[in-house]
Ligand binder design. Sequence first.
Ligand code: HEC
Ligand code: HEC
Length: 328
Amino acid sequence: MNSAITRVFAFLLICLGIYLWIGYTVTELTGGEKTASAAVEITPEGGETIFWGKGRCYTCHSMGGQGSAVRCPNLGQFGERFELPIGARAELRAKERSEETGRHYTATDYLVESLAKPDAYIVEGYKNEMAIVYAPPISLNLDEIQAVLMYLLSQGGELDMVVFEEPSEVTSEYFDRILAATAAGGGDPGNGEIVFEDYCQECHAIGGDGGEVGPDLSSISVKGKQFISDSVTAPTGDITEGYETFEVVQHDGRRIAGIKKKDDVSGIDIMRETGELVEIGRADIDEVVQDESRSLMPDDLTEALTIKDFQDVQAFLMMQKQEVVEEE
Ligand code: HEC
Ligand code: HEC
């Protein structure tokens, strides 16, 4: 009896062992979890893997005779329409961009732009339907994008690592954009700017443009992603100095709530959440109370925004590192 139990037990142990061993071998054979998160090599080969894999470029683009996608520009040499493969084609497009913008574009600049800000140049005959490849769901990081760029440049163009080691002005601007997007969890700052204009600009200025109810956000990126995210999800959590909410009670019983823009012997100026500035003479003031539990920043913004819009506006704010423009 006892020996039967032992045998069953031993059998089960062997089964378990085999099961674990198969699992382990399969993980090893498929490259395992180790390589899943390993850094991509910034080489044309590394980029080729991304192009035909994680980057999902192949779902829209073919490369010459390779691939089956037809609805977007072929990135290889293909028929009369695409006489040059993308590396060489980029040189011609760069000339066009230089003329349009008045800035000097290299082939690399053109290619970086076509990934970082696809709507900057729309290939004739196509629509602005290129994916934002550094935003979800594709979410390529800067290394992966640089690898893809190497792959594109290797298609009939000049390959030179210096373009990444000492990037030109145009290229570094776009690399910054991609880094900011990745740092913010992979949002699309282009859409983030539109979200900002729709939901935030009435109260916040960037680069001298926008409302004065809330703090200027021209250099908000220095406070970091977590701070930005907390400010939107829980505005009352940590109210920015100088932007506390006050309520001024007048002798006639009227109450005006908002942010104190001026407080001196002559009286108090209160800016309401609408941006309207109310000047109250000292003689009319009965009492001034600070409402610590309240921020003029709306606390229902997270409900108004989709998760994507929220990520996108964070990405846009992570790019803001300008000098604050002082108002006269
Ligand atoms: C959802 C489809 C889609 C995906 C995915 C996509 N693209 Fe595009 N791409 C387009 C479209 C449409 C255009 C043409 C419009 C334009 O110029 O923005 C384009 C244009 C381009 C151009 C400019 C071509 C030229 O002739 O100048 C390049 C380069 C490019 N894509 C590279 C890529 C790479 C690399 C990836 C993957 C990381 C990728 N695309 C993913 C749709 C896509
Ligand atoms: C009705 C006006 C109003 C709107 C709309 C508004 N905010 Fe604010 N925001 C404020 C005020 C007032 C403060 C300062 C009080 C505080 O910290 O809660 C503030 C603070 C902030 C801060 C902290 C700034 C700092 O330097 O401490 C950030 C970040 C911010 N808002 C982001 C946003 C974003 C993003 C949106 C749009 C999605 C937005 N706000 C919409 C009024 C507004």
